[in-house]
Write a protein that binds this ligand. Sequence first.
Ligand code: FES
Ligand code: FE2
Length: 339
Amino acid sequence: MTAAGQGGPLSTSFERRQLEIAPVEAKLPIPIGWSAVLFSDELLPRQVVPIHAFGVDLVAYRSASGEVAVLDAYCPHMGAHLGHGGVVSGELLVCPFHGWRWNREGRCGGIPYSKQGRSDVRTGAWPARDRNGFIYVWHDPSGAPPSWEVEAIPEIGDPRYRITARKLWSDIHSHPQELNENGVDIAHFTTIHGFTTRGIDWRPDRHTYTLAYDIDPLETGVEGESRYWIESFTEGPSCTRTRFHGAIEGVTIHSWLVTDPGHVAVRSLYAFARAVSDEAARRVFENSQAGWSRDVEIWHHKRYRSRPQLVPEEAIVHDFRRWFSQFYAPPTRNGSHAG
Ligand code: FES
Ligand SMILES: [Fe+2]
């Protein structure tokens, strides 16, 4: 930590430069919003799964009736990890250590050996949704309830579509803002992805934005299924989807999660119309993931620049960052972020 980092003056340009390129976790807090912590079928009825998200240990379980819950991992009684040996009994999660039961709201649902019956003690319960093939969890360091819902994507569950692929990037050294910013970073499309946009139409609206690219139709390389185009929709800091139109009808859904400060896991799911051949679906998936690989290589090694040296054609990056800042908790009085 430099003197500057402790609130002292910046004495040298070297010191200023070091601060400017600090690791992303030192510059950007974990944003408020929904993140996918699992694929839906990684949590079957009566299944209990330990998860690590937002820098803390959590436990996810699905009740006998199919409802999903996410609780703090460590039992308030004597600290057992509910995700290691905990079992589901009906709608409740039973701690492996002494059998205390917890419901989806984090209330004690019974103590098997006590005349007291139950405790008023509560454990942390995290808002969770099973939607679009993912389990999403809401993160807000203030504990406030969700201020929006994850959009339900109609293709998922529609019999005219099928999920053809999914992908997990388990540990990218980056941050949701950096991943999200990629969509408005026009110049990198040419250098990293090999196509050039004549322009982009970025339309922010509260916690969402739509993004359309002025590009020539894309090619799958499969005869009769080649020309398609894309438009994307983002909601919150960590959820985005891209729709495919033309010869390829389908949708890809991506969500990223801060597992620990400076570390991101990305889950992606690809769903295409049944009319799209397996070969075309496979090529689109492979092309898409090849693009992700090239982005990941950059994100994983880069440093976040809070004052990037942009040219006028890139002014949208400033607009994007202003939009993204809505997902940061207001600074507390001592200047740090809550949580
Ligand atoms: S530690 Fe969970 S019941 Fe005792
Ligand atoms: Fe990219």
